[in-house]
Ligand binder design. Sequence first.
Ligand code: UD1
Length: 430
Amino acid sequence: MNRYIMKGGNPLVGEVQISGAKNAALGILAASIMTDENVVIENLPDVRDINVMLEAIQEIGANVERLDRHTVQINASSIHAVSVDDEYIRRIRASYYFIGALLGKYKSAEVPLPGGCNIGSRPIDQHLKGFRALGARIEIERGAVLAHAIDLVGGHIYLDVVSVGATINIMMAAALAEGQTILENAAKEPHVVDVANFLNSMGANIKGAGTDIIRIRGVRRFHGTEYSIIPDQIEAGTFMCGAAVTRGDVTVKNVIPKHLEAISAKLLEIGCEVIEGDDEVRVVGRPRQRSTNIKTLPYPGFPTDMQPQMAVTLALTEGTSMITESIFENRFKYVDELTRMGGCIKVEGNVAVIDGVKGFTGAQLESPDLRAGAALVLAGLAAEGYTVVDEIGYIQRGYECFEEKLQRLGASIEMVDSEKKANKFRLKTG
Ligand code: UD1
């Protein structure tokens, strides 16, 4: 079983190239099967969730050719099944995007109900409400969503909760429906805009993505395209927090600073220096950093996917911070692990109260989910002594070459698969 072992104490210093956005890529890969022509997708992150998605696309009959590590060409003219059923795809949340993509193109889809990180109850009722409003018949049978339509016809849809997944999914199906769809209370996340831009590059007519009203005029068919995915806001934010928590100096390169504003604002509030360039952001940590309060909210609010990394940062500041998690109820599972490192955090419902401490001490930790796992690695890099983080499969779902990027910033971290190798690391770094 692979795990990370690290010796904390080195400040992260230097530059790091940020990969393509996983969550945008998942939507875009699903949407790429909506045309029979060639689609070339660039800046694809080489992470587990993406590779699972590519396998699933192949499984239903599309041709996937890797042009290089970060570029694929997809041709979906040979799709022979509208039923996606693969043991891996059940484990990734974004499998639900196949419902919108297949329903739009083939008016029929059979997709297992999604898995993904266990960060709380994750219903898809808003997705289904949208598909029904477009005229699809939806049934849930044997753990799968069965969606069928004779004709998909545009409609007026109001989302009861702001949902990234529902917005993207409905947008995909509506883009090949007849007539106009108006989607209100839509999510405004950068990856919603990226998927809309991708669909438009295939010939869709989508306006207003990035605002809370999206207008989609259905077209008959899509054509091929070449498209480059936006940089990953959460990967960038994770390294920014890494600079803060280790009191380092990190420049995240190949980013869109506007997408990072909520994170930059909080790092400034706690006393870090944040310098924005055209496509980079530099974060300089300070020996004494202050507490602050955070509430996770849909974009442009503070992203829930950055909540654990920010909590680790706040746990090593002076004073008391409060984090309110308003998107997912089960996102504080890393708190017990941080407590074992000397963190002082109490959770009451959806609020975590963090009393800053002077330092962490290394411990044996288990990664509870993707973002919390990355946050625990940051904690280990700031801690005194050795930390081991288990269950790193979660982290590999969403971070490309995490340990290599950290090593290049001066971190003492290695991925090991045995106690023998862990001991070797201890000897080497002791
Ligand atoms: C996506 C991201 C995830 C991120 C989240 C919020 C992907 C693959 N995952 O997840 O990393 O944490 O956005 O930014 O892109 N909800 C409903 N009914 C629905 C759909 C959602 O009640 O039909 C609720 C959810 O329980 C949650 C909130 O709406 O409380 C937001 O969820 P949503 O934006 O849909 O998250 P995901 O698309 O699952």
